[in-house]
Design a protein around this ligand. Sequence first.
Ligand SMILES: NC(=O)C1=CN([C@@H]2O[C@H](COP(=O)(O)OP(=O)(O)OC[C@H]3O[C@@H](n4cnc5c(N)ncnc54)[C@H](O)[C@@H]3O)[C@@H](O)[C@H]2O)C=CC1
Ligand SMILES: CC(=O)C(=O)O
Ligand SMILES: [Mg+2]
Length: 370
Amino acid sequence: MKVGVPKEIKTHEYRVGLTPGAVREYVAAGHSVVVETNAGAGIGATDDNYRKAGATILDSTHEVFASSEMIIKVKEPQPSEWTQLRENQILFTYLHLAPDPEQAKGLLKSGCTAIAYETVTDAHGGLPLLAPMSEVAGRLAIEAAGSALKRYAGGRGLLIGGVPGVQPARIVVIGGGVVGTHAARMAAGLGAEVTILDQSIPRLRELDELFEGRVRTRFSTIDAVEEEVFAADVVVGAVLVPGASAPKLVSRGMLSSMRKGSVIVDVAIDQGGCFETSRPTTHADPTYEVDGVIHYCVANMPGAVPLTSSQALNNATLPFGLALANKGFAAVLENPHLRAGLNVYRGRLTYRAVAESLGLPFSPIEQAAA
Ligand SMILES: NC(=O)C1=CN([C@@H]2O[C@H](COP(=O)(O)OP(=O)(O)OC[C@H]3O[C@@H](n4cnc5c(N)ncnc54)[C@H](O)[C@@H]3O)[C@@H](O)[C@H]2O)C=CC1
Ligand SMILES: CC(=O)C(=O)O
Ligand SMILES: [Mg+2]
């Protein structure tokens, strides 16, 4: 198959869809790979590194889209990208369509087949192509909170771990999945007082065992969220209902009960965010304030550490991408985990939670492909 890798164009997005090492795997499997010039600059990979791995370098995004049967990216296509997609072309990347009707319209209109990294599943009920970036974002969430808590940044002027004899920060994590676990690990490691809320009791049990009492767990109800948010210095939003818009768990009223200079980090912003007051921000201007509370809502947090992130992402996407390159759309039909990633097929929405969140018709793939 002809595989194409454009340079990412979202603000301060430095990751790349295929690393030179991954290109080498595709070429070894008999595929041809074209890469846009400078696509790997953010990870220090030169055009020559890609040539040595077997890729052909093209000068423009347009040439990459025009000459490829499958486009492999990192971030959801931007308007100038979705207009270049076409029927019979496979797009393999993060999409986060539920809160993004414009992109959904663009992809539907293009006629392409779009497989979203974030809804591909594994045999253990996990999301293997989301997990590595959730690990990164969970860890970064505490770094972001630490920066925002600094006085010159508008924060309360609190050191996350405190010092002997002085209270550390109270950090509340809503959603105890991959992001939540990694955020809690970083926060606890720095010496914060950490509470994780989740609505899954089995998950809370696992977390209790994992952290051996170092982190408090609490069943997530409206009351519990209200009490914890009120007392928190930092709240990390880390809930997910796969494919769907994030539930708004923290209302404006709850937010305004927080002390001035407290911080929220809404990692779930790529699915619309779980705070009523969240809106997406970028690495160029990551924070804003509502009711005296600093909001950090960057939708591509892992893009800030592209060396770590591109490698972690490529490790996870490689077997799925190779299956698509080897078999084309047949790979989607025969592999239920890849099929779970299918969001758009030739003008139809094939993922129920996405269609429901957007208020658009849902077509099961059996119907759409008939
Ligand atoms: N902003 C960014 O750059 C990034 C954002 N993310 C996003 O972070 C979010 C979390 O991802 P993961 O941790 O991988 O998901 P996950 O599926 O591992 O964990 C989600 C957790 O939320 C819990 N949950 C669901 N509804 C809840 C509710 N109403 N109350 C309390 N808990 C609830 C689930 O039980 C689960 O434990 C997703 O939206 C993901 O796309 C991930 C990576 C980067
Ligand atoms: C998961 C996601 O949205 C990201 O890594 O940017
Ligand atoms: Mg994102």
